[in-house]
Ligand binder design. Sequence first.
Ligand code: SF4
Length: 408
Amino acid sequence: APLEPVLVDPLPRRGTVAVDVGGVLVGGAAPVVVQSMTNTDTADVDGTVRQVADLARAGSEIVRITVDRDEAAAAVPRIRERLDRLGVTVPLVGDFHYIGHKLLADHPACAAALAKYRINPGNVGFKDKKDRQFVEIVEMAIRHDKPVRIGVNWGSLDQELLTRLMDANSALASPLPARDVMREAIVQSALHSAALAEETGLARERIILSAKVSNVQDLIAVYRDLSRRTDHCIHLGLTEAGMGSKGIVASAAAMGILLQEGIGDTIRVSLTPEPGGDRTREVQVAQEILQTMGFRQFIPIVAACPGCGRTTSTLFQQLAETIQTDIRTNMPLWRERYPGVEAMTVAVMGCIVNGPGESKHADIGISLPGTAEVPSAPVYMDGVKVATLRGARIAEDFHEMVRQYIDR
Ligand code: SF4
């Protein structure tokens, strides 16, 4: 029987209105942009400059910083200047809550130094003041020619809107589950705020929307709905994703499904770092989500098998680990010298069962000997066996072959 075609490729990216964030294009036909956020006190100029530079070097293409009080707002232009002097040009986004309108008005140098303002419509003010204060921030964005992200978060959802929708739902003959009403309130909050921003005079090309929740199924439902109802540029992220593997898995599962459906123009992975942990981990995870799904290439992939009872030696795990470290360490230099090197795949396999096959699919691969095999390790380049390594220096020899391959 003829083979039925199966959908395995992502759907085309949804056509959104592209937004220029300090020279980085988000949406439209632009590649999905990786962004991150600092966790330093922005008033601490040294600490914030250091972390922004680290995030940018790790590959964050946009970095958001908290602007929560006068001291933080006053520090923003100094942070921008210091970064420029270091040659770190990454656009800075100001994260505003509650008093953003006031901080932007009182600190014009801050308003000018930022590449985008993030507004949370759920906490920009209360009752009658809410829309007015939202409009004040939008007017500031127009004056300084900046884009805004209207970032709805269900932890700080507009309670008035939610109550109104809940009341209307209760009056229905067959009310919807409360969860559906919550999802609708999130989407409506984003759409209402975007409409208000446009009525105020902000161009559509200056608006990015996000609607973050912490539950994977809710996130998928909310973003699907949002993207059906608007062509605004979309910032995608699972909020409060959590720590360690939980946060990584939840973010990858939720964003992976949406990205596959063409939804999402920029992503942020919101991981809770271990105390004193490395903030750049969230950038690495965001890049890995995009790369493993085939959307972008940032760094050569190391394909390694999990190992099993056929190999009791830890040599192949060690080799996979050191190859990965070698790549991460040398990547800035390699990328400069050999543009396109990030598209490479290196295979490090534990035995003959899948080793040669996987190695042939990679650009360069090695199949280490399993316990019951002859102690030799065939190496493949571009699908062809080029050498068989033996003895105590297999790892060193393979490292050298990888470097030579990249040189070549
Ligand atoms: Fe086990 Fe060999 Fe498969 Fe690796 S390639 S998981 S060592 S059978």
